[in-house]
Design a protein around this ligand. Structure first.
Ligand code: 4GY
Length: 257
């Protein structure tokens, strides 16, 4: 899969091509990341990519012309018009379903904005989709573009190693992950749950599934409505809730009445 990233800070994007899962994917040619700098398509002695907003006010706006220049250079290079995604807090909130859909494309353009944003005519005339990585504001679209590249790359065949793929398959779709423990068995007085040391693989599977269901119920209950439940999962979640409510009562201060 090929990503074209439009950015005035290509060095920021380079880190995904060098480290970890995405770095390995680039090394194996499963993933290509190419940066296009609007500055290379700007005119004038100062190669400006930003200008003051019409109507006044603080900050600067990314100019339409250098952005259109970069987009057209990509289209020429690709010999087609890959879908163009603009990253901004005004976009549709990204989720795993969208990530999976994006992984089906051969080539995508990611437009990373800076300053107060981009000239709206680029959004109107060139942008196919606008996505947000969350309800907060970062200083530029580069971090959001890197989030998309990483999440999408993990979906591509051959990108995850055996262990990483296996842990993805054992993870129940739409549930939060279970807790993990490693050496030492006891750390600052806190013990590892006995079941994880028991060697009973069926009991361990049930405990992990119960923790995943329970944590989702506690922390992200709105996710549970999308999770397929069977008799085992209902029973495990019920046990978790019973135990949780018992713990709540035990923790309540004794008023003596
Ligand atoms: N949240 N999701 C986000 C963001 C920064 C100025 C436009 C987000 O995707 N992008 O906070 N982006 C701004 C910075 C130009 C994008």
């Amino acid at each position: 899969m090929h990503f074209d990233v439009i950015t005035i800070f290509p060095e920021m994007i380079r880190s995904v091509t060098e480290f970890g899962v995405t770095g390995r994917a680039v090394g194996k040619s499963l993933l290509q990341v190419q940066c296009w700098n609007p500055r290379d398509y700007s005119e004038g002695d100062y190669r400006a990519v930003d200008d003051r907003p019409y109507g006044g006010g603080p900050g600067m706006v990314m100019m339409a012309k250098p952005l259109a220049g970069a987009i057209n250079a990509i289209r020429e290079d690709a010999g087609c018009k890959p879908p163009l995604i603009y990253l901004s807090p005004q976009g549709k909130l990204l989720d795993q379903r969208i990530v999976e859909e994006l992984s089906g494309h051969r080539r995508l353009i990611l437009l990373a904005g800076r300053y107060e944003g981009i000239d709206e005519r680029i959004v109107d005339e060139y942008v196919d989709r606008e996505y947000s990585i969350g309800n907060y504001v970062v200083s530029g679209g580069e971090l959001a573009a890197m989030v998309i590249i990483d999440a999408v790359a993990r979906q591509l065949p051959g990108v995850l190693g055996n262990d990483e793929s296996a842990s993805r398959e054992s993870f129940v779709e739409g549930l939060l992950d279970c807790p993990h423990y490693s050496r030492p068995e006891a750390f600052e007085g806190a013990k590892t749950p006995d079941v994880l040391l028991s060697g009973n693989h069926e009991a361990i599977r049930r405990w992990r599934l119960k923790q995943s269901l329970g944590r989702t119920w506690l922390r992200r209950p709105e996710l549970l409505s999308r999770v397929e439940m069977d008799a085992e999962r209902y029973a495990l979640l019920n046990d978790f809730i019973d135990e949780h409510e018992q713990e709540q009562k035990n923790d309540e201060p004794d008023t003596g009445t």
